[in-house]
Design a protein around this ligand. Structure first.
Ligand code: TYD
Ligand code: MG
Length: 458
């Protein structure tokens, strides 16, 4: 194949340079130039940028939205309920889904298991760039998957993958992983930003043109982003992250971006000797099994995605020997913890400036919503005073800077989940509490100020 024309773009400011240089002449940033392929001019500009909107350049026309024919996306259930939930109700035809996560978390296992059931309905191909065909086959066998519907290809060159795909015409294509894929058009090494970007752009175009659903597996960098900056995340329709603590067998699949469903939707799995098993009722696993109430532990009802979850948050507050005491938050935002401690001091009258404060969400899940504020504060307070919170108590609510407890969305649904799991008391924002003060067996205490919340824990 003829060598395509390439150029270098700055990944910071987007300036284009004909030759590589150490620093960008536009913005002065160092080491940000990355090689890209320049498509021949006959191709539309949209295609050259990896988009697909400009595909039918000649036919585009302004029209009122009322004249647009609405077609429901064709969806197929993958056979793995938790995955379907995170995808927003099944796999959409022609969609591109990026599955990211740390090495060894179970990305390959999940996708292979998915093809084991999905492959029966839709012809599928699993492209492996990391493992040999023999390794894939023996893994499939160990997982107890039917081997007949599984087709695999060991290849890393995008041109050859697309050639094979044009012959086999799969409806689902899994690329494991995008970091191993390279194009002949670029001289950069596989895994470099330009290779990953160009390969992903080609696969995205393929998906949109043929209606094939494409899954891209991506490794996560130390900073937590998917390697190959954020460019990949912009190109695809959905980004799912696989999370979990290395010591724990539970894995959480989270929709980080989804053009076809709710973001932050969670799917929960347990890794066993037969691969990943779904956990359809996950509340119970995020509560640690204490014999009785323990200081420093609070249970919150979080609502990530569309489902309420009971999650335990633990705090350890201990005399610090450092001039600058430690504030460590795992599963919650670090800055939020510092803010909560300031509010606790100012509006709760409890000082923790000479204490190390550690806070952790059980089960390795990450809670991003502000409803975790109140339970996190109560856990800190409980540890500081070495006094457990009352038994069978849950809490949720946002804490404001002036010590007010602010309502959070879907209060009723959260309370129902707590009642369903046998909790007896809930400390929640006043606006989230029902007038009757009860939900089933659950007594609901509505609070407006931090002081009231602290009093309610006595
Ligand atoms: P894998 O899917 O290869 O991870 P990734 O593709 O994200 O790098 O998962 C490998 C891990 O899962 C490995 O540590 C072993 C474990 N595992 C099980 O515990 N049980 C199983 O049945 C399988 C297939 C893997
Ligand atoms: Mg893998």
């Amino acid at each position: 194949m003829a060598k395509a024309k390439t150029a270098y773009v700055c990944t910071d400011c987007g300036a284009e340079h004909p030759k590589w240089q150490g620093s960008c002449a536009e913005c002065g940033a160092w080491n940000t130039l990355s090689e890209i392929v320049l498509q021949p001019a006959v191709k539309s500009a949209g295609a050259a940028r990896g988009g697909y909107a400009g595909k039918a350049a000649g036919a585009s026309q302004v029209m009122p939205l009322t004249a647009v024919a609405l077609t429901a996306e064709a969806r197929t259930l993958t056979g793995i309920g938790e995955l379907d939930r995170v995808l927003g109700g099944g796999l959409v035809e022609g969609s591109v889904v990026l599955v990211g996560g740390d090495p060894g978390i179970g990305k390959s296992t999940l996708l292979l298991q998915m093809l084991g059931t999905l492959g029966v309905q839709l012809p599928s191909v699993y492209v492996t760039g990391e493992e040999s065909l023999a390794q894939v086959a023996s893994r499939a066998q160990r997982l107890g998957l039917p081997l007949e519907p599984l087709q695999a290809l060991a290849e890393t060159c995008i041109e050859r993958i697309l050639e094979q795909a044009a012959v086999v015409k799969p409806r689902v294509l899994v690329i494991d992983s995008i970091q191993t894929i390279w194009t002949e058009l670029l001289t950069a090494a596989p895994g470099s930003v330009s290779q990953v970007r160009e390969s992903a752009a080609r696969l995205t175009r393929f998906a949109k043109e043929t209606g094939t659903s494409v899954f891209l597996v991506g490794h996560v960098t130390k900073e937590g982003g998917i390697a190959g900056p954020r460019v990949l995340e912009h190109m695809v329709d959905a980004v799912l992250y696989f999370e979990g603590e290395s010591g724990s067998r539970f894995r959480v699949l989270r929709a980080f971006k989804n053009r076809f469903g709710a973001v932050n939707e969670l799917g929960v799995f347990a890794m066993g000797d037969k691969g990943l098993r779904e956990v359809p009722n996950p509340s119970a696993i995020f509560l640690s099994a204490h014999a009785g109430p323990t200081p420093g532990s609070a249970v919150m009802v979080t609502r990530e995605g569309t489902r309420p979850l009971l999650v335990e948050v633990q705090a350890l507050v201990d005399q610090s020997s450092l001039g600058n005491p430690r504030r460590v938050a795992l599963g919650l935002e670090q800055n939020r913890l510092a803010m909560l401690l300031a509010v606790l001091h100012r509006h709760g009258g409890v000082a923790a400036y000479d204490q190390d404060v550690f806070i952790n969400v059980v089960g390795g899940i990450r809670v991003q919503e502000t409803a975790a504020d109140l339970p996190a504060l109560l856990a800190v307070l409980s540890s500081l005073r070495d006094r457990p919170l009352p038994e069978k108590t849950v809490a949720f609510g946002e804490v404001g800077l002036s010590g007010e407890i602010r309502p959070v969305p879907n209060g009723e649904e959260r309370l129902k989940e707590a009642a369903h799991h046998g909790f007896r008391r809930a400390i929640v924002p006043k606006a989230n509490a029902p007038k009757s003060g009860r939900v089933g067996e659950l007594e609901v205490v509505g609070v407006e100020r931090l002081g009231q919340a602290i009093d309610a824990c006595r």
